[in-house]
Design a protein around this ligand. Structure first.
Ligand code: IMP
Length: 202
């Protein structure tokens, strides 16, 4: 029997995240569409106090604007010695338009001489069905540690300074990162929810 395909708007402007999600949802009967595909150029507000609030805020806003099934995520880094910072400010840690390198250099400076390097990446994905406006959230976490210096060429963001079992995320090939990462773990939960949803509607 042919399973109907579902369109899913991935509400991110990040090409890196989109590529990761295309890999992670590759075996589902889902066509991922981007904000550009549906002609949305405005950005949703993102001023929540938690990853959950931000992911829901973005997903509701883009679902209303597009009328599509919508998936939005919010992610960031929580460092134990910094009381959970940068948290929801991870993207703008070194300033509103900071580059990835500026952000992780600031983190390395803050962490200079700090013995407790433990940290975790968190990703919350919010999935919205526009017909009911019902929203569900899915959380993935990846425990690790902040390095003393950047290492590796893969990935993006803080990958060169975040290590798990002695190797940074930027030293790991994409499939290896997916199996460990906060986004990979949240995406597995989303994929299971989408699969069961699609089975019910066929
Ligand atoms: P946002 O979810 O787009 O707000 O991203 C939050 C911040 O976390 C950005 O600075 C990203 O670069 C960073 N970030 C999110 N996911 C990852 C990742 O998988 N690796 C490294 N940095 C990440």
């Amino acid at each position: 029997m042919t399973v109907p395909r579902r369109r899913l708007l991935v509400a991110t402007g990040s090409a890196h995240k989109l590529i990761e999600l295309q890999r992670l949802f590759g075996d589902l009967p889902i066509d991922l569409v981007t904000l550009r595909d549906v002609g949305i150029t405005d950005e949703a507000p993102e001023d929540g106090a938690t990853f959950e609030e931000n992911a829901l805020q973005k997903a509701h806003w883009y679902a209303r604007a597009s009328g599509e099934w919508t998936l939005a995520d919010d992610s960031g880094l929580e460092v134990a010695a910094l009381d959970g910072a940068p948290g929801v400010y991870t993207r703008r840690y070194a300033g509103p338009n900071a580059s990835d390198t500026e952000n992780y250099e600031k983190l390395l400076t803050e962490m200079a001489g700090v013995a407790d390097r433990s940290a975790r990446f968190v990703c919350v994905m919010a999935l919205i069905d526009p017909s009911s406006s019902s929203a569900r959230t899915f959380r993935g976490e990846c425990p690790g540690a902040i390095t003393d210096a950047p290492r590796g060429e893969f990935g993006f963001g803080y990958d060169p300074v975040f290590e798990v079992d002695g190797r940074t995320m930027a030293e790991r090939a994409p499939a290896e990162k997916d199996a460990l990462s906060h986004r990979g773990r949240a995406a597995v939960l989303v994929a299971a929810a989408l699969r069961s949803e699609l089975e019910q509607t066929r």
